[in-house]
Every structure is written in C-alpha cells, then in structure tokens.
Ligand binder design. Structure first.
Ligand code: GSH
Length: 266
C-alpha cells in the first residue's frame, strides 16, 4: 500500500487516514475495513511504529495510529470517533443500529474488543510476557534483527502499560471477552443469524473480523504480516487456547468473504 508522509498529506483535501505503516495494526486495519465497507475513499498516511512521529504529533496531537483527519475538522483518534465519522460520511450503509438498546449492545461489544483493557489492549499486554506462553526459541532465533530499538520499545511500553490490569491479568480478561463473543455467536446462530447482534453486519462484526488476528492470525498468503508480529500474535498461551471456539473463526471467515476482502493490504 502506498503511504503518504504527514508533510505531503496534511494539506490535502478529504479524508486522510493515519495508519501504522506496513503492518496490520488491529485498530488501523479496522478503520480501513469500516471505510471500505462504506465505500469512503481515504488517503493512507504513515505513522512509524514506536517512533516519536514528531510531524504527526504537530498535526494531530497524537503519536500513534490510527487517526482520521477529515478536511479541516478536529482529529479523530479513537475507534469510537473514527466509527462515528464513518457513520456520518456514509449513513446509507450503517454499521450501528438505530434503536438505542441495540446500539448500546453493539457499542458495548465494540468497546470490549477495542477500548482500553479490551481484547486488543489486553492481548498486547500479554505479548512478550511469559503469560503468552513459552517463547519458541527456534522461531525467536530465526527472526531477523529486532524490529524495534530499545527506545521504541520503551516508548510503547510507557504508552500501553498503564491500565487497570497488566500482563498477569490479561489472559483471563481476554478469555472472558472471547467466551462472551462465542456465547453470543452460538445464541445468534440458534436464532438464525450469523452476526453478533441482530440480522445484519454491525461495527462489532467488523472489529471482531479484524481483531481475531490476535487469537488466530490469517495465513501468510492473505495476511503477510512480518514474522516478529506473527509470532507475538499466534502465541496465545494456554488460557486463550482453552476458549478458542471454532465459531469465532467461522464468523471471521464469513465476514471477510461476504462483507470485506482478502488479502489484507498494508
Ligand atoms: N487510540 C486508538 C488505539 C491506538 C493504538 O493502540 N495504536 C497502536 C496499535 S498496536 C499503535 O499505534 N502502535 C504503534 C505505536 O505506538 O507506535 C483507539 O482507541 O482506537
């Protein structure tokens, strides 16, 4: 995928979507899939993983990604704000139900997947910790030079370690969310629906489609993520292994086939 640098993109019109370049970051990938679902074009802009990204901070106030910059409006830097922008720009393909109670349910599930101490956050807390399961020394040794330097790693640790739980609590938190999603999918199936809520795709189906990569990454042919990233994502450890219900991956496969596309491009 071609990325523009901040200096090139900041004066362009329309929607500029800042993404961590050359990796399928779950939040960024979800933002792309939401805009794609709604046929909203965007200009990809590079955020450089772990770096200071001074240009980006000067432009958006935020160092990491994703950020959606629409015309001269304020930056949208969280999954919720990005989703609401997409809902406004293409209301004819809604990803949120109209009824308040259904909407509360969809947004609650989205939050369990995407917010601080949700599935993505807690999975990240496990990565590189013993709670992810033993590191396979043969695979680890086969990786080329580390992707992140010590300063990058320290910067990201600082950004993502402060939360209500840490690596030790993360497997149980992730497992609880995964069990909730699987139970919903079984109940929905009994009602004749393939979706997490109601009978049509909503935002939480798209977020699970993408974030499921941290439970079971899609194969290299359709998700050519770097080796270091694949290793962190597929070492899920025993607590998550025990709750990996096939219905979760069947949902992911159905969503990519019916409502999105593969291979991932990043
Ligand atoms: N603020 C975002 C989450 C952003 C986030 O966690 N971004 C990570 C994705 S792993 C990132 O940019 N990592 C690279 C870095 O920190 O440089 C949201 O609420 O939607």
């Amino acid at each position: 995928m071609k990325y523009y640098e901040v200096a090139e993109a900041k004066d362009m019109p329309g929607l500029r979507l800042v993404l961590t370049a050359y990796v399928p970051g779950p939040w960024g990938e979800s933002a792309k899939k939401i805009f794609d679902y709604k046929n909203i074009p965007y200009i990809p802009v590079a955020q450089h993983a772990g770096k200071e990204n001074e240009d980006l901070v000067a432009w958006t106030g935020i160092r990491n990604a994703p950020n959606a910059m629409y015309e001269d409006e304020a930056p949208r830097t969280t999954w919720y704000d990005i989703l609401m922008l997409a809902e406004r720009l293409a209301p004819e393909r809604p990803l949120l139900p109209q009824r308040s109670e259904d909407r509360a349910l969809v947004l609650g599930i989205c939050s369990e997947i995407c917010s601080e101490w949700g599935f993505g956050w807690a999975r990240r807390a496990m990565m590189g910790s013993p709670y992810a399961g033993p590191v396979d020394p043969v695979r680890a040794a086969s990786l080329s030079k580390p992707f992140f330097g010590p300063e990058d790693s320290a910067r990201m640790r600082k950004a993502y370690s402060a939360s209500v739980g840490g690596a030790a609590e993360a497997p149980a938190r992730c497992a609880d969310i995964v069990r909730m999603l699987a139970a919903r999918l079984h109940r929905q199936k009994a009602e004749g629906s393939d979706y997490l809520v109601g009978y049509a795709p909503t935002a939480c189906d798209i977020y699970w489609m993408v974030f499921s990569m941290a439970l079971d990454p899609l194969p290299h042919e359709v998700n050519p993520m770097p080796d270091w990233m694949r290793m962190s994502y597929d070492m899920i450890g025993p607590v998550l292994e025990a709750v990996k219900d096939p219905i979760l991956l069947a949902h992911r496969d159905m969503m990519y086939e019916r409502h999105s596309k593969l291979p991932l491009e990043f």
